[in-house]
Design a protein around this ligand. Sequence first.
Ligand code: NAD
Length: 293
Amino acid sequence: MDMHGKTAFITGGASGIGLAIAQRCAAEGMTLLIADIEEGALAGAAATLRAEGATVFTYRLDVADLDRYRAVAAAVIADHGAPFLLVNNAGIAWKAPASAATPEDWRWTISVNVLGLGYGLSLFVPAMIAGGQGGYVLNTASITGLIVSPGGSAVYSASKHAVVAISETLAHELRPHGIHVAVLCPGSVATNITDADRNLPADLTPDALSSAAAEERAFTRSFVDNGIAPAAVADQAFAALAERRFYVVTHPEYRDEIETRHRQIEAAVRGEPASDVALLAMAKQVLNLQPLT
Ligand SMILES: NC(=O)c1ccc[n+]([C@@H]2O[C@H](COP(=O)([O-])OP(=O)(O)OC[C@H]3O[C@@H](n4cnc5c(N)ncnc54)[C@H](O)[C@@H]3O)[C@@H](O)[C@H]2O)c1
């Protein structure tokens, strides 16, 4: 996998997992095209990356803003050509149960996590195919794209299941073009995701969203803060790209939950009765791992 001198376009590249992926790309000798909604963090990340020797171009972008995304993508393609590595990573996590989510919870989460990713594909993938150079697409989902948490993450989990489904389909579509697709499904990673509401769009006020109680938010923060390092996630993602693997599951401790879910589906396909017993038992176990991000 020779990435030297190639370009990587990374959304949400100013913080956390996106920034770690940018640093990993820089280590491969790639040119970094970093997009993020947060102007100050974007400038800070660019300064850090340049101090480490990277070539960096920055783009202020809300991935949910289609007009702005069209302009950014056109500028990127005009100045640098189609990216060799497209990293659709920008995302927000907000706790909102299916039974009590507000319409604004749905709109914010789906617009950033699903539409923002879809826009990235629409605006770059045709140019990547037309360029005929092959390449890579890395989409950031979550472990909640593979299992669900019964503790109130329905909207977020729906968005990340969508990312997995989109990625899986895309992988088939792009294989004939020599473009490898991988989907990143991390558990808890020590990033700034607990404060995702720092990037609320201007037309959304915090009181329009479901709000977690203060102690629940503190618990989420400690769960995330005790997660694995973003650099470890980036390393695993790059290993998967090099080996052309599709699923990147960084937290093996979720293996039982994943296997149980799949066994339930297989049992249902075989028409076996009472197939939800193990699922309910597992849900209890998942609940103990709350919150999944
Ligand atoms: N941290 C975790 O435990 C965890 C686990 C699984 C999946 N993820 C996923 O990882 C991805 C990166 O999150 P992170 O944990 O590094 O959090 P983070 O908050 O540290 O970084 C997210 C970055 O995305 C940017 N961003 C947010 N909304 C945006 C928008 N509308 N347009 C453009 N940029 C936007 C933020 O400014 C920030 O720089 C997300 O998709 C998240 O869902 C995180």
